[in-house]
Each structure stands twice: as C-alpha cells, then as structure tokens.
Design a protein around this ligand. Structure first.
Ligand SMILES: C[S@@+](CC[C@H](N)C(=O)[O-])C[C@H]1O[C@@H](n2cnc3c(N)ncnc32)[C@H](O)[C@@H]1O
Length: 312
C-alpha cells in the first residue's frame, strides 16, 4: 500500500523527502518557520513546568555557574531546532559559550546574544569538530540519531571530565487526565497521534523502537564512561485545564504548539496509506478537541542526565 501510494504520488515522496531531510532520515516535521514557532512554544512550556530550561537536580546549574578562576564553561545544544534552548542558556549564563548544532538552518525567534553561535552539522558524524564541552544537551533529537551507542560514546568523548550529558525526550504516547495512556483509540487527536507514531516507527525502524530504552543504552555502552546516570519524568498539559496560572499558561502554549501538528503530519500519513478524507476529518476533530478541551491530555517526557567520569 505504501509503495503504491508513493509511486502514484511522486510529489508526496518529494515533500516527505524534504520533511525527513536530504538524506531521508532525520526530520520528523519540516524545519520551517511554523515548526520552529511550535518548538519555541514547546520550549517555553517545558521551562515553565521544569521551572527553568533543565531539571534542577541535573547539576547543570552548578556546572555553568561563574567560577573564581574565570573559566568559561562551554555548552553544546545538539539538534538545536529554533535555537530557543541555546539562546535561553546564553542569556541566563552570559559567561558561558553556547553552540547550537543542527542539520537545518536555525530561524531563531529572537536574536542570539554574543555568547551564542550556531553551526550546521550532523550529530551522527560531526560532533568531534567543535572541541570539548561541559554540558551537551539534546532535546527531542534522538529520532534523528541512527546509532545511539556510537552517539553516546561520541558525546562522552567531547565532554570534559565531570561534564554532563542531558537528554530530554517525549514519550511517544498521549496520557489522559489521570496520566494513564489512552487505553482505547479515541477518535481525533489520540488516534492521529497513534497513527503518526506507528508511521514514524515504520519509517525509522529499528532505532525508533529503541527510544524507550535510552536509559538502558546509556547505562550499557561499552566502557561505560559515566560516573552516574540519573533522571526523572515530567508531564506537559496540552490545554489550559489546570487551575494554577503557570500550568495554565504552559497548557495554552502546548495547545497552540499541538494545533500545528495535525496538518504537519499529513504527508507522512498519506505515504502510509491513510486517505486525505480521513486525515482531514481527524485533523478537524483533533483541532476541535484541543480548542474546546473535550479531550484533555498530557505529553510525558523522559529526562536523563549522565555525568562523565571525572578522570579519563
Ligand atoms: C523536534 S526538533 C527539537 C529542537 C530542539 N532541540 C527543541 O527541543 O526545541 C529536532 C531537531 O533536531 C534536528 N536533528 C535531527 N537529527 C539531527 C542530527 N542527526 N544532527 C543534527 N540535528 C538533528 C532537526 O533538524 C530538528 O531541528
């Protein structure tokens, strides 16, 4: 069915080719202004829920704090997207040097401060080009990494002793108000999301299936370079349904961000045999559900931080 669909519609293959980048692998969604504004909103929502751009317990704040000897810590943001995290860190820690790396050009929503720069490059092959870092951050990027073990090893090689690797990934499932996975496949947003995840899984197997095992993989890379691997989870409300004002704002930002998805995932789903009529119906329903809050849901995120060994 997929092949037939592609053969019948080369324009779709072309469009999807652009979505998944020139080497046909990495992008989930087009790296355009709409996607980057979605990422900016998601970034703001995460910062509200975490009360900052990273989990407090991760030790990142301590490692980036000013030092008596004037040392300027270096930070790498892998798969920087719109550059929102890199810019936020550069602003919060003006004595720190921040580099954002991405396959695609960064359409930064705000102008980067002088201590923030961007480079184009592939995290799979180019990590060694930029020297060593005290923090390497990778958020919602692992779908673009084919060989996790090699990537983690490369990250460890570019981290200074005691440096921190922080990875934050969405769990590919939607959660209801009780923070349980949606059991039945409800029409609209839950169904659309499930279809999207299944289609992505087919496109990206086998490594997409490894996403839930990141902690295990980090813990078990040959020569385990880490002193410790720790982490926690957090939930982002999608929609302003929580009573306290910050979480209402986070929910509204996520609602706006998620409203951009039902149309964005259509090219992928068309390639996977769904028809335009169904997709339009689901998209309309998903948008109505989010607009009217008839389905309240959370996105669950896994954050992990690995501390590089302090002696080599
Ligand atoms: C979902 S976005 C996340 C952006 C950003 N980290 C954030 O949280 O807002 C994923 C980004 O990773 C980039 N990406 C995916 N695979 C990559 C790779 N192998 N090397 C560099 N960037 C990559 C994509 O181009 C995209 O900008």
């Amino acid at each position: 069915m997929e092949a037939t669909n592609e053969e019948q519609n080369p324009a779709l293959r072309e469009l999807y080719g652009r979505m998944v980048n020139n080497t046909s692998e990495a992008y989930m969604l087009p790296a355009d202004l709409i996607e980057h504004s979605r990422l900016d909103m998601q970034h703001e929502a995460i910062c509200i829920v975490l009360d900052g751009p990273f989990p407090r317990e991760s030790g990142v704040h301590k490692i980036l704090s000013p030092r008596a000897d004037g040392y300027r810590p270096r930070v790498l943001d892998v798969g920087t997207g719109a550059g929102s995290w890199a810019i936020a860190i550069a602003k919060a820690y003006p004595h720190v040097e921040v580099l954002g790396l991405d396959l695609a050009p960064v359409n930064a929503g705000s102008s980067p401060p002088d201590n923030c720069h961007f480079e184009k490059g592939d995290a799979g092959t180019d990590l060694g080009r930029f020297g060593r870092f005290d923090v390497v951050h990778a958020r919602a990027v692992l779908q673009g990494i084919k060989d996790f073990a090699a990537f983690f090893k490369n990250v460890s090689d570019i981290l200074n002793p005691g440096g921190i690797f922080l990875t934050i990934e969405p769990v590919m499932e939607l959660f209801n108000e009780a923070k349980e996975p949606f059991g039945i496949q409800e029409e609209g947003q839950p169904k659309l999301f499930k279809a999207y995840v299944e289609a992505t899984m087919v496109e990206k197997k086998p490594w997409f299936a490894e996403l839930p095992n990141v902690r295990f993989l980090l813990d078990n890379i040959p020569g385990r370079p880490w002193e410790a691997v720790e982490g926690n989870i957090f939930y982002l409300p999608v929609g302003p349904f929580l009573p306290d004002p910050p979480h209402r704002v986070a929910g509204e930002l996520m609602r706006q961000a998620c409203m951009r998805m039902p149309k964005g995932v259509q090219p992928l789903l068309l390639l996977h045999g769904y028809n335009q009529e169904d997709l339009d119906r689901w998209a309309a329903l998903a948008e109505a559900q989010m607009k009217n809050m008839t389905v309240k849901f959370y996105m669950k995120w896994d954050s992990l931080w690995a501390i590089n060994k302090s002696s080599e």
